[in-house]
Design a protein around this ligand. Sequence first.
Ligand SMILES: *Cc1c(COP(=O)(O)O)cnc(C)c1O
Length: 377
Amino acid sequence: MDSSILVPRTSTGSAVQGATGYLTIDLSALGRNYERLSSMLAPGRAGAVVKADGYGIGAECIATALYDKGCRHFFVAQFVEAVRLRPTLARDAQIFMLNGLQPGNEGPCAGSGIIPVLNSLQQWEQWSAAARHLKRTLPAVLQFDTGMSRLGFPLEERQALAEALGDDSHVEILFIMSHLASADELDSEQNCEQLAEMSRIADEFAGFDISFANSSGVFLGETYHGVLARPGIALYGGAPTAGEPNPMEPVVSLDVAVVQTRIVPAGTKVGYGGAHVTQREARLLTIAAGYADGLPRSLSGRGAVYYKGTRLPIVGRVSMDSITVDASALSEGDLTLGSQVEVLGPHQTLEDLARDAGTIPYEILTGLGDRYHRQYR
Ligand SMILES: *Cc1c(COP(=O)(O)O)cnc(C)c1O
């Protein structure tokens, strides 16, 4: 028997023995997205948010590609992420830890050259004590809460912080920052409210560079740009602004292999719980990815995959390792065992899939599993 028929092929013809899903990451599109944001921000600069393994698509590859495009400011959330990324980047790249400094983590942080975003007076005191103890100047970023009540110095601590800054020369503040809560909605009042609060902070802490905008913030206009923006999702091709055309290039595509095909009569139950019953004779395909691969169970009976542009609706419940789709729209012989269907690609964007799953593109991206063969172009 010719076993090559069992080797799945991507639309581009490449094949990897045993792979049943291909996650393709277009690093040149990523680079163009970075350049686009950078040109909008000039003379300010674009950093890159590469937390959660570069939004699920590979922090190290992403960061290396962006470093080559001139990016020098990389943001992660947690210490573990920073430590993993540090050796892959040259020393002139700075890695910032957005979630702040955990008690007891000052030494490891200082030792590995990771820059904490300080989010409270307590964290400021820890970092400044560590600097005095090490008899070194340690770098830091100060994050202020301008209305999200999540991370950052609250209003009540600003006075005390201003006084502490005056007394301490062991901590070098590289810039100050805050984060927008509703930047993807162009007409949200919260944007102006947070901008006004950020301007008050800029007056109180005069002389520091400002970082304010995430991806969506870049598209709110120049007043939101500051000196350094922190885009994440837009770099990876996600739409920065709700309800507007997406100016970013797609970076991620996902093709999944068909592992079984069948034709069933009307009245046939499909999948767990018999949640779908065919209305007429149907051609069904089972594809090799499920909720364990990051295709949410909420896609059960909703959403679709595509084959050469034909929409194949998901039928029945999404299983852990597979999904069944109705391929009655295709004719016999169009597609065989080992063919690939498109989950993300030219016919289905991240936004489409997220909408059908009742979630946001961020959650889809960061959830994409590790059973796919990942290929970087
Ligand atoms: C995640 C994050 C970002 C990036 O946000 P995007 O919407 O993905 O551009 C920027 N800043 C902070 C503080 C974040 O937590």
